[in-house]
Design a binder for this molecule. Structure first.
Ligand code: PHE
Length: 447
């Protein structure tokens, strides 16, 4: 083992860090609004099915690859097929990390801003808040700065410690809010929308959104799990760790919906508000609640921290790449990488009303419901690029590295895997690539 590379200090350390990466704005901000935009319960069901039949088996592949060669996404591929074009797939993953962080950091900045808004008892005006350029840019910069300071400290020191303490607190707060939201008048219509599927609503583009959201939420498709897997010791059980991560992550997303949808219907808001959904609905809920200021503050603090454990992981991928492949000292490369991401993110930050050009990309084909830069970035990196990356990486693991080698890696630490490895091999070689490919074709309007 290369001593320059970190390693998780314990099994729980890894699970918490990987769950910390998975759980974030994707669960509490993005999941509810994509559910709202895509018709509710049928989407939720499809999402859960994709998590189980595609997300999890695919996650094992990323973890196995990372642990086997102990490199970043590009280095891992290079270690298996030196000098081939496959390394560009790894490079796309590194770029995707930067691309996601560039818009994710903006939303994380809003979250921090909302801590102060809640503290001041100011529960409204989301639209004017995000259109105000200087605070939004400042909060975005602050968030990237905090992220970089933690990544600077390295794997065990920074990433593990944070995730361990705060995740359980978030869970308890969400439970309390579920109970409260469901006692409101009219809440049950929200539950119906959220939990009673109407299958006529499913079509190809909704299925792609559900798949993309599954990858996004589980932090898959860009080599994050390759990178985190590379810090994993051989004794760890990849299968049960992966299942825990998937379970936590899905549970938090489902819980977020159990708060948002009942609250939203009770308050007569529309489920199709897009990225604004959570920031509009939840403060309204807090405003009418006894102790709402306190709960609002606590909620946005926890959400900021959940976002932070994800932004840390997003920055860790490009940083691990630069450290491994160019031998840059970690401490020297973190700041330029963070600054670069910040600059790339400026258009997203200014795309919610601050600058007209970024707010309305009217000249682009109208594939999305919203025409702003941030929504486009979210689709490009957070849906398309992850799905494409997962397609390529499952082909890579299934056909180039080979499922035999991958299975041998997984079996170390999970002996029982030997019995199911044929099913898994089939999923990685055929099922997963074919499903992703078909859904991606849909972008070009083929169905
Ligand atoms: N999974 C994170 C979330 O749901 C976002 C993320 C995506 C993080 C990809 C890392 C890699 O908030």
């Amino acid at each position: 083992m290369d001593v320059q590379r970190g390693q998780w200090s314990s099994r729980m350390g890894f699970i918490f860090a990987a769950a910390g990466s998975a759980i974030g704005l994707g669960n509490i901000w993005r999941f509810p609004y994509v559910v709202g935009e895509n018709g509710g319960a049928a989407f939720v069901l499809l999402y859960v099915v994709f998590v189980v039949v595609i997300g999890l088996p695919y996650m094992f592949a990323e973890l196995a690859l990372g642990r086997s060669v102990q490199r970043n996404p590009v280095g891992s591929i290079e270690a298996i097929v030196p000098g081939s074009w496959w390394k560009w797939v790894g490079f796309l993953g590194v770029l995707t990390g930067v691309g996601i962080l560039s818009f994710y950091g903006v939303v994380a900045g809003w979250t921090v801003g909302y801590i102060f808004k809640m503290a001041m008892g100011n529960f409204t005006d989301f639209t004017s808040f995000i259109a105000n350029p200087w605070p939004v840019l400042g909060l975005f910069a602050l968030f990237i700065f905090i992220t970089a300071s933690i990544v600077y400290g390295g794997v065990e020191g920074g990433i593990e410690r944070w995730s361990k303490i705060l995740m359980p607190v978030l869970l308890v707060l969400l439970l309390g809010l579920i109970i409260y939201a469901n006692t409101l008048d009219g809440a049950s219509r929200g539950l119906t929308f959220y939990l009673k599927p109407d299958f006529s609503k499913i079509n190809g583009s909704i299925a792609l959104q559900a798949l993309g959201q599954a990858f996004f939420s589980l932090s898959l498709g860009m080599g994050l799990m390759i990178t985190y897997g590379s810090y994993l010791s051989k004794e760890e059980n990849i299968i049960t760790s992966g299942i825990y991560i998937g379970l936590f992550d899905t549970a938090i997303a489902i819980m977020a919906g159990l708060i948002i949808f009942p609250a939203l219907f009770a308050m007569g808001e529309s489920p199709t508000a897009g990225p604004a959904l959570v920031f509009v609905v939840l403060p309204k809920l807090f405003a009418n609640m006894p102790g709402g200021v306190l709960i609002g503050v606590l909620f946005f603090i926890l959400l900021s921290i959940a976002a932070l454990t994800s932004t840390i992981s997003l920055l860790e991928v490009p940083v691990a790449y630069l450290v491994d492949e160019f031998k840059f000292p970690r401490k020297k490369i973190v700041w330029p990488a963070a600054l670069f991401t910040f600059i790339i993110g400026i258009p997203s930050a200014l795309s919610q009303g601050a600058v007209d050009f970024f707010t309305n990309l009217g000249w682009l084909p109208r594939a999305l419901s919203a025409p702003d830069v941030l929504s486009h970035m979210s689709f490009l990196w957070g849906t398309f690029s992850l799905a494409f990356g997962a397609l390529m990486l499952s082909i890579f693991v299934g056909w180039v590295w080979g499922t035999d080698k991958a299975s041998n890696e997984i079996v170390q630490g999970s002996p029982f895997f030997i019995k199911t490895k044929f099913i898994w091999a089939f999923m990685i070689r055929y099922f997963i690539p074919v499903v992703i490919f078909i859904l991606l074709l849909n972008i070009f309007g083929l169905f």
